[in-house]
Design a protein around this ligand. Structure first.
Ligand SMILES: Cc1cc2nc3c(=O)[nH]c(=O)nc-3n(C[C@H](O)[C@H](O)[C@H](O)COP(=O)(O)O)c2cc1C
Length: 192
């Protein structure tokens, strides 16, 4: 598929990062699968421990959304408005594909579950910036019932739903809530 690149593709990283929001308000136009595939491919350029890439992505379009209603609870309306739900999963069993990683992650230094969640979280952030670079807005959410979401996504019991996202084309004239951040010196320590 060839399409005209979105103007956000020309933004610097700084601008892309500054203008990304957990978007509220969507046009209702559904993001095509081919573009979602491209966004996920870009997300998977995220780093991961031993390069094991313990992330999985499940996309539910408008026709599949209803099965997530119970699992998403009050967040469901945001997904319905966006048109697409994308769930990023972590796969703790990915460590089994490497003897070295298997020994490390099962030796008590860190759990398989932590391993999966940490790595999948990095991919999730990459995904949100990748989406925005294509003019696609996201709203990440962890306010959901993990068992129900995993079941609706038809994922194995071992996989952990790390973050669910509403994904869609943003209503650009819709004012977004203030996004305050703590001053950097409140969260940064240089050791001396
Ligand atoms: C891990 C995580 C969980 C979140 N959970 C929810 C949620 O359940 N529902 C929701 O509406 N927004 C949720 N958000 C969106 C945050 O409220 C939002 O990221 C934050 O207010 C900062 O705004 P910004 O992303 O526009 O910079 C979540 C964001 C993150 C990163």
């Amino acid at each position: 598929m060839t399409s005209t690149p979105h103007p956000n593709r020309d933004l610097s990283y700084a601008e892309l990062n500054r203008t990304r929001r957990s978007w509220l308000g969507y046009t209702g136009e559904v993001v095509p699968d081919e573009l979602l595939r491209e966004i996920v491919a870009e997300a998977t350029l995220a780093p991961s421990g031993s390069n094991l890439q313990p992330w999985r992505f499940v996309v539910a379009g408008p026709d599949q959304l209803d099965r997530f209603a119970d699992g998403l609870g009050s967040n469901f309306d945001k997904v319905r408005e966006a048109g697409t739900l994308l769930v990023v999963f972590g796969d703790p069993n990915a460590v089994e594909s490497s003897d070295r990683a298997h020994d490390f992650y099962d030796s008590g230094k860190t759990s398989r579950r932590d391993f999966a969640v940490r790595n999948a979280s990095l991919a999730a952030m990459n995904l949100m910036l990748a989406a925005w670079s294509h003019g696609v807005a996201t709203r990440p959410m962890i306010g959901f019932e993990p068992f129900l979401v995993r079941e609706a996504a038809k994922m194995p019991r071992s996989c952990i739903p790390v973050v669910a996202m509403a994904v869609g084309y943003p209503e650009l004239d819709r004012e977004q809530p203030e996004r305050d951040r703590a001053p950097v010196d409140d969260v940064l320590t240089f050791l001396s």
